[in-house]
Design a protein around this ligand. Structure first.
Ligand SMILES: Nc1ncnc2c1ncn2[C@@H]1O[C@H](COP(=O)(O)OP(=O)(O)OP(=O)(O)O)[C@@H](O)[C@H]1O
Ligand SMILES: [Mg+2]
Length: 229
């Protein structure tokens, strides 16, 4: 089976000396959804930040069959859709439509097609109107959806979601879950929300002190580490 993420012995130390990754091995197959669970500071976000080359550690890391090295970063960043924990970081254009059309425009799509695609993905995430509003007028949950629309608009091969339910109330979590379940992409989902993780991901890995301490069916991982997630 082809691997969309293949990490072997990945190690990373921040400039202040913090050893955040101490040999991470992880394989994510095409179409697979895997939850990254683990306590605060265990290295989950640090690991994700390696997947599009924001951070560079030692060891082997391939994403969509490409090594994560300078010559491949532009291609990899197009293939990896990254939803950050705080959607504020991701919305920066004057209107929702502009924001979501930005990625396709950057990728070279003509404006009418980019906007058409933006309207389509905005509908897909449940925002069917008000596209000329500025993103800073939105609620946290709406911002999350617009940020996700911006990612889907560039048609990535893998989705990386870092605590995607943080700003969402239970109905909005359900809506996000239903949407994610319809998406064919492979997904890596960092979350402390075990109900959400269980519903989305058949498999989980458990991070502990910069390493993956367990990898297996999600029910087993959650039962084993219930008080540490
Ligand atoms: N920019 C940074 N500089 C120095 N150390 C950092 C930096 N970012 C994170 N760390 C440290 O690296 C370790 C791993 O942090 P990371 O953010 O990857 O954890 P996490 O598992 O995502 O935690 P959380 O569940 O709280 O989001 C922690 O000890 C953290 O303090
Ligand atoms: Mg984190």
């Amino acid at each position: 089976m082809s691997c969309v993420v293949n990490a072997r012995g990945l190690r990373f130390r921040y400039e202040d000396g913090t050893e955040a990754l101490r040999g991470v091995d992880l394989h994510l197959h095409k179409g697979e959804s895997v939850a990254l669970l683990g306590p605060n500071r265990s290295g989950k976000t640090t690991f994700l930040l390696h997947l599009n080359g924001i951070l560079r550690g030692d060891g082997d890391l391939r994403v969509c069959d490409l090594p994560v090295t300078a010559p491949h970063l532009t291609t990899i960043r197009r293939k990896v859709g990254f939803l950050f924990q705080d959607p504020e970081d991701q919305l920066f254009r004057p209107t929702l439509l502009e924001d979501v059309a930005f990625g396709p425009l950057q990728a070279g799509l003509p404006r009418p097609e980019a906007e058409e695609r933006a309207r389509r993905v905005l509908c897909q995430v449940g925002i069917g109107d008000g596209w000329d509003r500025p993103p800073y007028h939105l609620s946290g949950g709406e911002k999350q959806r617009v940020a996700l629309a911006g990612i889907l608009a560039v048609q990535p091969e893998v989705l990386i979601l870092d605590e995607p339910t943080t700003h969402l109330d239970p109905p909005a979590r359900r809506t996000l879950l239903d949407l994610l379940l319809t998406l064919p992409q492979a997904k890596l989902v960092v979350t402390h929300d075990t109900a959400f993780a269980r519903a989305l991901c058949p498999r989980a890995v458990f991070f502990e002190s910069g390493r993956i301490a367990a990898d297996g069916p999600i029910a087993q991982i959650i039962d084993r580490f219930a008080w540490e997630i």
